[in-house]
Ligand binder design. Structure first.
Ligand SMILES: *Cc1c(COP(=O)(O)O)cnc(C)c1O
Length: 496
């Protein structure tokens, strides 16, 4: 069986890993081996449309699914995107490119995987003979929640419950979530920050009493968080796709390759880039960009992961994270497959708030990754700079990456072509973007969007303009220690 837990539990198939979400030992599922693509494979990808590229990537990385089956899922998954290229690459000056991942229904990169996951999950459940309803529980720092609510909305045999930190997401993000429609969706604000919400969900997954209560109601738990293998695999596809496009246009050279800069929170998106690299994509350095919550920057630079630091709210809220769960998958690589070592680090992180890798592992880490961070002020400067110099409008998350990409080139002198990964539409964070480029804003987030559109001429996506008039359907709030009860109340129709 080709997938194992990072903490050593027995191997499973891809459909099993997708249904389970997280392994029984608390670890994350990782592939035992990966296929290797050559130059001709990228040339073949370049001739395909995006759904075909995604289906090919998933057929290569997941066992148990036929490519035709995956292609029909991919065609459905990407049907609602507002750009025919799905994940277009835009050229800027000085060998810089932007990979736009925000053309899905919720305007952030989470749609790339979360429009696909419900299809993979229900197909996996069928293959596994699962009869119960699949109850998705998810914590969100802002964008995952809405993407999961849209992805699972009215999908037969599933339900979705989303927890978000009260006051910890942008006005547009909150409005997107609390106006969610669908017979099978629940939304609940948690009194706490994102890490509290994520820890709460993880605790519920490991709580036998809670699982028994859900089972009594005919439900089995699964996760739509980026720890689910069914999210990771579709994310690898857009890196292979971008490399195929850049090779085909002659923008990059097969030998010299390119560097990729990813605005990072949970380490999910950048981990997919690393898997693409492992699969033979001509990716040299991976630049991990953080906001003021710079735990990953320090980890890459010093080899010490230390979460004992203040949590900062920033204008890039989807990156306000101190425990980057997907890093665990990369740790197994660093430990050369030694799951006992990974388990020890994770136990140490839980008990002491820190762990440290060996000197040799630090060298390996630094040979591939570069870590950097940018606070809100430099983020705003990057938005202003890219607008002034390139007439390109960055959202605050992408702007963190743009700032760190600049630092990378200055610090290393490495001027290889550089792909900046754009994770959200600027209109999702219109007030901050408008302010950054000096556009006067009065009123709410929607007025800011209108002001931004008339000042820049960059068209606002329809999904944002429609949002303003949608009614609020979800008002539930719970304490961080009471999330399990909130789920049961929602299912029992007792929600406050
Ligand atoms: C989720 C998100 C990120 C962080 O991605 P990770 O996979 O958690 O590293 C960055 N930007 C935006 C807009 C996001 O929604």
């Amino acid at each position: 069986m080709p997938f194992i837990s990072t903490r050593g539990a027995e191997a499973v198939s891809a459909p099993q890993a997708i249904v389970r979400g997280i392994a029984a030992d608390g670890g994350l599922y990782v592939p035992v081996s990966l296929p290797h693509l050559c130059k001709a494979d990228f040339e073949a990808l370049a001739r395909m449309d995006y759904p075909s590229r995604a289906a090919r990537t998933l057929a290569l990385t997941l066992d148990g699914f036929a490519e035709e089956e995956l292609l029909s899922m991919a065609r459905d998954a990407y049907a609602r995107f507002d750009d025919p290229a799905i994940a277009p690459v835009k050229a800027l000056s000085h060998g810089r490119y932007v990979l736009e991942l925000f053309h899905g229904p919720t305007l952030a990169f989470k749609d790339m995987a979360l429009q696909f996951l419900p299809r993979l999950l229900t197909a996996s459940a069928r293959k596994e003979g699962e009869q119960r309803e699949i109850a998705i529980l998810t914590a969100t720092s802002g964008d995952t929640g809405k993407a999961a609510l849209e992805g699972f909305r009215d999908v037969p045999g599933t339900s979705v419950t989303v927890f978000y930190p009260q006051g910890g997401v942008s006005a547009v993000q909150e409005k997107q979530m609390v106006t969610s429609q669908g017979r099978n969706v629940h939304v609940c604000a948690v009194k706490g920050n994102f890490d509290d919400a994520q820890t709460g969900v993880k605790t519920l997954f490991g709580d036998p009493a809670f699982r028994a209560e859900m089972n009594k109601r005919g439900k089995t738990l699964s996760s739509a968080n980026s720890i689910n293998l069914g999210r990771l695999a579709p994310q690898i596809a857009y890196y292979l796709s971008a490399c195929a496009d850049l090779l085909a246009s002659g923008a990059i050279d097969w030998e010299a390759g390119l560097n990729i800069c990813v605005p990072t929170g949970n380490f999910g998106n950048i981990l997919a880039a690393w898997y693409a690299r492992r699969m033979g994509a001509p990716i040299r350095r991976l630049i991990c960009a953080s906001n003021r919550n710079d735990v990953l920057t320090d980890f890459i630079r010093t080899g010490v992961y230390d979460r004992r630091r203040p949590f900062h709210k920033t204008i890039s809220p989807s990156m306000d994270i101190l425990i980057s769960s997907n890093l665990e998958r990369f740790l197994l690589e660093l430990a050369e497959g030694n799951a006992d070592q990974v388990r020890a680090w994770m136990e140490q992180l839980k008990a002491e708030g820190r762990y440290e890798i060996s000197d040799a592992q630090k060298e390996t880490l630094k040979s591939v990754f570069f870590g950097g961070c940018a606070g809100d002020e430099r983020t705003c400067e990057a938005i202003a700079h890219y607008w002034r110099e390139e007439k390109y409008l960055l959202d605050p998350h992408t702007a963190v990456a743009a700032a760190v990409a600049g630092d990378y080139r200055r610090e290393t002198g490495d001027n290889n072509p550089l792909l900046i990964v754009s994770t959200a539409s600027p209109y999702k964070f219109a007030a901050d973007v408008a302010k950054a480029i000096g556009v006067e804003v009065q009123g709410d987030a929607f007025d800011a969007g209108a002001a931004l559109e008339s000042a820049t001429g960059v068209p606002a996506p329809k999904a944002i303009t429609a949002l303003k008039f949608l009614p609020v359907l979800h008002t539930q709030v719970c304490d961080k220690d009471n999330m399990g009860q909130a789920v049961l109340d929602a299912f029992d129709g007792r929600q406050a």
